[in-house]
Design a protein around this ligand. Structure first.
Ligand SMILES: Nc1ncnc2c1ncn2[C@@H]1O[C@H](COP(=O)(O)OP(=O)(O)OP(=O)(O)O)[C@@H](O)[C@H]1O
Length: 761
């Protein structure tokens, strides 16, 4: 439902809405009544209504149109938008505001935004936003900020912010701009090409990983973005070795203090694991030799120098603080923390211990999974960085953004596909990396931010024979490169092509979904999914459904010994069950209704019970605890050492007081090699949900051997290109795309999340 707005219906007698306008546009009591109805229906939050009341109390003369805009700006914040975009709202009110929300049956609904705003013009709304007490166009202390922008093509747009979020955006702009302006000390940059050549094998084609390292090393702010398996982690580990080498060339006794962070505990744990593996393969000895040779030759030429410079492995105190690899002078950290911990979250306040007034003690900060960092956290983090520090963001710009307000990485990387490197950057890169840049990536009008971003473009996990990789590529083609129709055709072509790792399932009846969740529907893959090998020639386990982990659970249960007598046997069993669970995961877009997590969880539990894979009454299957119940942790619990996103499986173990009886315990994997399983009493778990079905939002940062992405039969504002992309890229080896009704996928892939903000634009 989109309509064009012009000023032709503008009231010739002034800025008030036309006579046919909805009464809530011109009367504050009517507007408050409308807000009440929207709140009662769950369309607005209490908070949104409270804001309107507060503003109308502070400024009784405020026009209803302004109050409405404030209510909607607050509503948009709750949906992840930093501000209200008036143009987008008027063009497609219900879509822009995602109303009615998911799960509303539309029985006797209150007026839809499209009805309320039907006669309103942009200029009427803009005019109503001028108010001396409530709004300003920037600095000041009004609760709201109006930002008008004019593009070169003559179009104007208006955004309304709650002041706090405008300030976050300003702070982010300033922080990034000042970091981009400040040059990194490059007195030892002549080492750069040599160190890069040690870290990267020579390549006949352009090595974007090498480019990324070079660019990130010359700036105090850098972004490395790329899809799954493009080597973000590999690159950043090499980058850290590079930065440390350049630093030690400058000052052998003062290694860089490097910290690694991620937005969630789960993401931090994942990076932790992959970094530890990657650091071992670094050519540290060759980098050290480069430094030592250099020190020696310098000393020879500068015979007058009194201080002999040599490389020492870093001292113990440094190691302890920064958890670095110790055997080398080139200290690379291996421990990843959450941003909350890094900044020093304090209970009951949104302020952190570290801020501009008390900056972090570090020289380099790497933030992984940066697409999940919201604007408030990003602004707080950049403010807490010392001026000299380098900040590097890693992430996939095309993934869904954080659930909180702001899509900072996506916004900053809007121009990353075409790179836009200036000729000066291209020349510098050619010298540093020995690789000339193709002309298509060079743009004399490139902006400073463009020069600090590298997009990794080659997936080392999905090659051209991988349907998962090809589908991700087809979905992600930038809008300027093709029409919507072309994108839909490209996506359909991948699905029709018959790639061995992708199964497209259009549900004709209910049994298809049941078969999928039980068996994984291997017959949907060529050769029943048998006989595939990975790039190292290792066999890939065929696609499975939930029967697999439940079979492991029942077949491998330790017999004869109690938990206390042989904890190792129970730990081994739980590890096998957890590993088998990671072979399959059903993802869906929605939370509510039969196609949402809630309905699907009930349905799948009943199906598995019918199959005699789960046992328990209906009640316990839906809500209670039963053996085999997989649960997802939805909030960090530092006491239990469980992180938001962790998955555990409920297992029955003999009761030590009466071994004939069973007790339920939830088994979670742990990184502690001594205690590989964390056994938790169900009663201690307060923030968990059953996870036979998981929303795509919750799946971010996780991967499953076989991922099935289920799309509901009708379109919904949640169904977008980013959601489909994020869902399919959770698949490591097997992907089933399930359409409850043919055509929904095609519609979804051409709908972009339009996160509204002024970041990056
Ligand atoms: N230049 C390369 N040549 C060959 N293999 C590579 C290269 N870079 C990365 N890889 C391999 O590709 C796989 C994925 O790399 P990596 O984990 O660094 O990617 P990523 O982008 O961080 O992945 P994710 O999306 O899971 O976060 C790893 O097995 C890694 O060893």
């Amino acid at each position: 439902m989109s309509r064009q707005h012009d000023t032709h219906t503008f009231d010739m007698f002034g800025d008030s809405p036309t006579a046919s306008a909805h009464p809530a546009l011109s009367s504050t009591p009517e507007l408050l009544a409308l807000c009440e109805r929207w709140v009662a229906r769950g369309w607005l939050r209490d908070l949104d209504r409270a804001l309107v009341r507060f503003l109308s109390f502070e400024a009784p003369d405020a026009p209803a149109l302004l109050l409405l805009a404030a209510a909607l700006a607050s509503h948009q914040l709750g949906r992840g938008h930093v501000c209200l975009d008036l143009n987008a709202t008027l063009n497609a009110p219900d879509f822009a505001l995602s109303l009615p929300p998911e799960g509303d049956d539309l029985n006797d609904p209150p007026p839809l935004p499209s009805e309320v705003l039907a006669t309103l013009t942009l200029s009427e709304w803009q005019a109503a936003l001028h108010h001396p007490v409530l709004t300003s166009e920037g600095p000041g202390n009004t609760p709201l900020v109006v930002v008008n922008t004019h593009s070169g093509s003559g179009t104007s747009s208006t955004r309304l912010y709650l002041r706090r979020y405008w300030q976050y955006e300003q702070s982010l702009h300033q922080q990034i701009a000042s970091r981009l302006e400040a040059a990194v000390d490059d007195s030892h940059q002549e080492l750069l090409p040599q160190a890069l050549n040690i870290l990267f094998d020579s390549s006949a084609t352009l090595d974007w990983q090498k480019t990324a390292c070079a660019l990130a090393a010359r700036s105090r702010f850098g972004i490395i973005t790329g899809g799954p398996g493009t080597g973000k982690t590999t690159t950043v580990v090499r980058l850290l070795a590079l930065l440390q080498t350049l630093q030690l060339a400058q000052n052998p006794d003062q290694p860089l203090r490097i910290r690694l962070a991620a937005p969630t505990g789960k993401a931090a744990a994942r990076l932790n694991e992959s970094i530890a593996g990657q650091v071992d393969s670094l050519p540290l000895a060759r980098l050290e030799a480069l430094l030592t040779n250099r020190v020696t030759s310098e000393d020879e030429t500068r015979r007058s120098a009194t201080k002999t410079r040599s490389l020492h492995p870093v001292n113990e105190q440094f190691e302890e603080c920064f958890n670095t690899v110790s055997s080398s002078a080139i200290a690379i950290p291996t421990e990843v923390t959450t941003l909350h911990r890094l900044l020093g979250a304090r209970p009951d306040t949104r302020h952190f211990r570290h801020s501009a007034a008390n900056p972090l003690a570090l020289d380099v900060l790497v933030i992984d999974e940066a697409s999940m960092v919201d604007i408030e956290m990003m602004a707080a983090t950049l403010s807490a960085l010392p001026a000299h520090a380098q900040c590097i963001l890693l992430g996939d710009k095309d993934q869904l953004a954080s659930v909180e307000a702001g899509s900072v990485l996506g916004d900053l990387c809007r121009r990353a596909d075409a790179a836009h490197y200036t000729p000066a950057t291209a020349e510098w890169l050619a010298q540093a990396t020995g690789q000339p840049l193709p002309a298509e990536f060079i743009d004399p009008a490139g902006q400073p931010l463009d020069q600090a971003i590298t997009m990794l473009r080659v997936s080392h996990r999905f090659n051209e024979h991988s349907g998962i990789g090809q589908l991700a590529k087809a979905i992600n083609q930038p809008g300027y490169a093709q029409t919507e129709r072309e994108k839909q055709q490209a996506v359909s072509a991948v699905l029709r092509h018959g790639y061995p790792d992708v199964h497209h399932l259009v549900m004709s009846d209910d049994t298809a979904l049941d078969k999928l969740v039980i068996h994984g529907s291997p017959s949907g893959f060529s050769g029943n999914g048998e006989g595939r090998t990975d790039h190292q020639g290792q066999p890939i386990a065929p696609p499975t459904g939930y029967r697999h982990y439940l079979n492991v659970l029942h077949a491998q249960r330790p017999r004869g010994e109690s938990f206390e007598e042989n904890p190792a046997a129970y730990n081994a069993w739980a590890s096998e069950v957890l590993s088998a669970y990671s072979h399959f995961q059903l993802l869906c877009a929605l939370r509510k209704g039969p196609w949402g997590v809630e309905g699907l969880n009930q349905r799948i539990a009943s199906t598995l019970r019918r199959e005699k894979l789960l046992f328990g009454s209906d009640y316990t299957l839906e809500k209670g605890w039963y053996e085999g119940r997989p649960v997802l942790v939805t909030q960090n619990d530092y006491g239990l050492k469980l992180m938001n996103g962790d998955i555990g499986i409920t297992l029955a173990v003999p009761d030590p007081r009466n071994p004939q009886q069973k007790l339920l315990r939830v088994a979670f994997p742990s990184s502690d090699t001594e205690k590989p399983i964390r056994w938790v009493l169900p009663s201690r778990l307060h923030a968990v949900e059953t996870v036979f079905a998981m929303t795509v939002h919750k799946s971010q940062g996780s991967e499953f051997l076989h991922t099935a992405l289920l799309l509901p039969p009708t379109l919904n504002p949640i169904l977008t290109r980013e959601l489909v992309y994020t869902g399919i890229t959770r698949a490591r080896e097997w992907l089933t795309v399930v359409e409850a009704k043919r055509g929904v996928l095609n519609e979804a892939v051409v709908r972009e999340v339009v996160r509204v903000s002024g970041v990056g634009g």
